[in-house]
Design a protein around this ligand. Sequence first.
Ligand SMILES: CC(C)(COP(=O)(O)OP(=O)(O)OC[C@H]1O[C@@H](n2cnc3c(N)ncnc32)[C@H](O)[C@@H]1OP(=O)(O)O)[C@@H](O)C(=O)NCCC(=O)NCCS
Length: 192
Amino acid sequence: MAPADLDAVVGLHERLIEDSAFSRFGPGVLKAVYRGGLASPSGAGWVCPGPGGGIVGFVFGARDTRRLFRDILAGQWPALAWGAAAGLLRRPGLLRRLQEIPSYFGKAGESAGAAELLFIAVEPRQRGEGIAQALVGAALDAFSAEGIARVAVTVSEGNVAPGRLLEGFGFRRARSFEFLGRKRALFLAELP
Ligand SMILES: CC(C)(COP(=O)(O)OP(=O)(O)OC[C@H]1O[C@@H](n2cnc3c(N)ncnc32)[C@H](O)[C@@H]1OP(=O)(O)O)[C@@H](O)C(=O)NCCC(=O)NCCS
């Protein structure tokens, strides 16, 4: 994933990952998250180009999620503050969501010290063709080559496709927790 991919990735995220922590704050916040994430040494992303150009899928992860979000905050705080303020003016109910986001690190405690796949999405018309499998495979290979031993992923309970996808890579369901009004499952895998 390169800076030139940001607009396409943000578009896919906003459209396809409706239950993520940042989607409801709008494209400005999402773009700041990805821009800061890509600039961080902890961030890493892979994209699948479409047959006619553009991007039909992506995965974005962190070598260290806490460090990634510290870097995003440090590098992108003006865009994040502006975007969050605009989001809150439009939808004051988002304040509770904003306040809850930092609790993720305590709730998904086992992700500390592990790399993490944070966001994955594939265009609906291209699903079932192995694109997510290729993207997750590329991410896990790269993490493994860097000596990373453990990877975490949080998925909303009831979102069957990503759970099956992860199980195919040897992830096991560690436990579940509540976050942003939904039950989430934490998956963990040890890398070779
Ligand atoms: C999850 C998602 C990325 C899968 O993308 P995909 O390219 O269609 O997945 P693949 O074709 O690579 O499938 C790989 C494996 O995932 C599982 N899988 C994929 N779609 C599935 C479905 N609809 N039901 C059950 N399992 C499914 C299967 O195990 C599949 O392996 P198989 O084909 O050998 O059975 C896609 O459904 C998506 O974008 N969902 C919306 C975004 C989202 O929820 N992201 C997760 C939270 S960040």
